[in-house]
Design a protein around this ligand. Structure first.
Ligand SMILES: NC(=O)c1ccc[n+]([C@@H]2O[C@H](COP(=O)([O-])OP(=O)(O)OC[C@H]3O[C@@H](n4cnc5c(N)ncnc54)[C@H](OP(=O)(O)O)[C@@H]3O)[C@@H](O)[C@H]2O)c1
Length: 250
């Protein structure tokens, strides 16, 4: 339906959670994958096995997206294995959850480097491999535009990420590359387990979401698939919110 047969996608942080769901959705639609992870090799291998079961090829690469040398080495492997990259999804994220007064420069740089600056390096490396029609997507959160308790460093990094997407869109649009952000509401993944108030976040999100359920990794993956397709050919430089209406509530 989406005519993505034979294309190649890199999804950073696709060993689990939202990244894994995006990788699987693309594989179901004929896309060959690069699964990236940093620590959990077993999860990455499980994801790769699930991708191959769907008939797609999969390259698994351990790389810290905040480390330029790691990213360059990952692209060397992509060049050797596939010789092209049609879709880049910058999904990997990390961050320390602390009140503002307890945040150090190291915490700040950690979140900025992994969540925002990584897209710059990834896009710079991806471009020479990307044909006209390529897609770059970043996965962000509502914390980029809202003040969420203890989320300062990650929220600021997501705001920087969304701004970077708009700047990339202006420069890469003329080259035939579409660049967008997908911003998700609360999704119950491993990441949420780091929040001391996880139950409160999920309960609150459920109560305030007009469609009456939480956003799932598959909801996000479906939007990523849509943005990869020709149906989304005039969506460019946007932040597409996937949250069942949560963020429109007063
Ligand atoms: N969960 C939510 O409520 C929610 C809401 C809105 C937006 N998001 C966004 O959605 C994205 C995915 O979130 P998630 O909930 O699926 O997270 P998750 O379950 O914690 O998974 C994080 C993924 O990123 C990888 N990763 C972490 N640091 C990395 C690094 N430095 N280099 C390379 N890979 C790294 C992890 O690899 P390992 O498995 O090897 O550790 C894992 O694959 C993030 O951008 C997040 O901000 C999440």
């Amino acid at each position: 339906m989406f005519n993505l047969q034979g294309k190649v996608a890199l999804v950073t942080g696709s060993s689990r959670g939202i990244g894994r769901a995006i990788a699987l959705r693309l594989a179901e639609n004929g896309v060959n994958l690069v699964v990236n992870y940093i620590r959990h090799r077993k999860d990455a291998e499980d994801t790769a096995a699930a991708i191959e079961e769907k008939g797609a090829r999969c390259l698994v690469v351990k790389a810290n997206v905040a480390n330029d040398d790691d990213v360059k080495a990952m692209f060397e492997q992509i060049r050797e294995e596939y010789g092209r990259l049609d879709v880049l999804v910058s999904n990997a994220a990390s961050g320390v959850l602390k009140p503002v007064m307890e945040l150090s420069g190291r915490h700040w740089n950690w979140a900025m480097d992994i969540n925002a600056r990584s897209l710059l390096t990834l896009a710079q490396q991806a471009l020479p491999l990307m044909p006209v029609g390529g897609r770059i997507m970043a996965v962000s959160s509502l914390g980029s535009v809202r003040a969420v308790e203890n989320y300062t460093a990650v929220g600021a990094s997501k705001a920087a990420l969304e701004s970077l997407v708009r700047h990339l869109a202006v420069e890469l649009g003329p080259k035939g590359i579409l660049v967008n952000t997908i911003s998700a509401g609360a999704v119950d993944t491993e990441a949420l387990k780091k929040f001391p108030n996880r139950e409160q976040i999920l309960g609150g999100a459920l109560e305030r979401t007009p469609v009456g359920r939480l956003t799932t990794p598959e909801d996000v993956a479906d939007v990523a698939l849509f943005l990869c397709s020709d149906l989304a050919r005039m969506i460019h430089g946007q932040t597409v919110v996937v949250d069942g209406g949560y963020s429109i509530r007063a």
